[in-house]
Design a protein. Structure first.
Length: 366
């Protein structure tokens, strides 16, 4: 098991300073009014910095980030890739136009069995990540997946909030009979808890599709395989010595990824966890020119604590109390510029993305 949020940010910091002098941001170093939004990478800016992953607790004000598009129950199938925006930097906050953004890497559609989305990993692309455009604030999320089967290669299906609440299904390395579940609270491992567990006895995760589910409620977090419960976490069991529940509780995007853990820049512990170094001479890689994982569908059943009204469009943060973040419904626009469909993207953001495009995941999970 591993934690990646802090080291991912550290990696992107080192990468980002090569292309921009943007101000870094965190909960004690808020963004200035001139560049009010703290992006998921920890830098201040405008435009796309204010969309998915924008941290309201590190931005200039709680309302600097655009509101999170509200959850909608749906089954996302991949008969083609028309609902995936292939360049996330051109996303303008309109979650009705696209269901997913390709944040990094490459995807193809196999056009097999009604369509399958293949996430690709090559020696040069550094891995692939997709993010949902809509957020989930409690509910059941099920991904029908076929994982990788190669040492050093990790398949992941997670939820991630703008303040780094996180819930994970991960499948590291060549072991195709098990998966690992994990959760994090505001980017940290809950105090005094074994938050990572391994589920064994799954039939060949590479050759067979399985339904991997996260059933997330305000009180319990349940992980399932093919409808069978394999783990349950109670919020009451996550309370720390100060009385704070270290439990994911904020609206989150769904993220799917295939990333390289078994590479030279990874820590020895990460390489070992992932099953060893990647063999780029593996016959599968040589034949196809890539490693891959397949996504057949993602099903979302929203379960907001209170049902949203007919005019609700988004979630907003109402306080920056990290011990108990307050989230409410809103009818505010989720678009950049508060309703304008124009995309205001800082030039240095595109410069950063051009570099990140080859390396984004290389050290994300160290």
């Amino acid at each position: 098991m591993r934690t990646h949020s802090v080291l991912f940010s550290t990696f992107l910091l080192a990468l980002y300073v090569r292309v921009t002098t943007a101000t870094s941001c965190n909960a004690t170093n808020l963004c200035p009014a001139s560049a009010p939004c703290c992006s998921e990478f920890g830098f201040c800016g405008t435009g796309t910095y204010c969309l998915g992953g924008c941290n309201p607790f590190a931005s200039n004000t709680l309302t600097s980030c655009r509101p999170n598009p509200v959850c909608q129950s749906a089954t996302h199938i991949f008969s083609d890739n028309s609902r995936v925006l292939s360049n996330a930097t051109f996303y303008n906050g309109n979650a009705s136009e696209y269901d997913w953004t390709l944040d990094k890497g490459n995807i193809i559609n196999t056009n097999s069995s009604g369509g399958e989305l293949a996430m690709l990993l090559t020696q040069s692309n550094g891995g692939t990540r997709l993010s949902s455009t809509r957020y989930v604030h409690y509910g059941t999320i099920t991904a029908k997946l076929k994982t990788g089967r190669w040492a050093g290669v990790v398949t992941a299906f997670i939820t991630m909030s703008d303040i780094k609440d996180e819930i994970d299904w991960e499948f590291p390395g060549a072991n195709t009979t098990e998966g690992q579940t994990n959760y994090f609270w505001e980017g940290v491992i809950p105090q005094g808890h074994n938050n990572g567990q391994t589920t064994t006895g799954i039939s060949d995760t590479f050759s067979n599709y399985h339904d991997y589910s996260i059933n997330w409620t305000p009180d319990t977090l349940t992980f399932l395989v093919d409808g069978n419960v394999v783990r349950t976490v109670k919020k009451s069991d996550t309370v720390d010595s100060s009385g704070v529940a270290n439990y994911p509780a904020t609206p989150s995007r769904i993220q799917l990824s295939l990333w390289p853990a078994g590479i030279n820049s990874s820590s020895p512990g990460t390489v070992q966890w992932s099953g060893g170094m990647i063999n780029w001479n593996d016959p599968d890689y040589q034949a196809a020119g890539h490693f891959y994982a397949l996504v057949k569908s993602v099903t979302v059943q929203c379960a907001d604590p209170v049902a949203p009204g007919p005019n609700i469009t988004s979630y907003v943060y109402q306080s920056n109390n990290t011990a108990n973040p307050s989230v409410a419904f809103s009818n505010a626009s989720t678009l950049i510029s508060g309703g304008s469909s124009s995309l205001a993207v800082p030039g240095h953001f595109h410069a950063m993305v051009a570099i990140v495009a080859t390396l984004l995941f290389v050290t994300q999970f160290l």
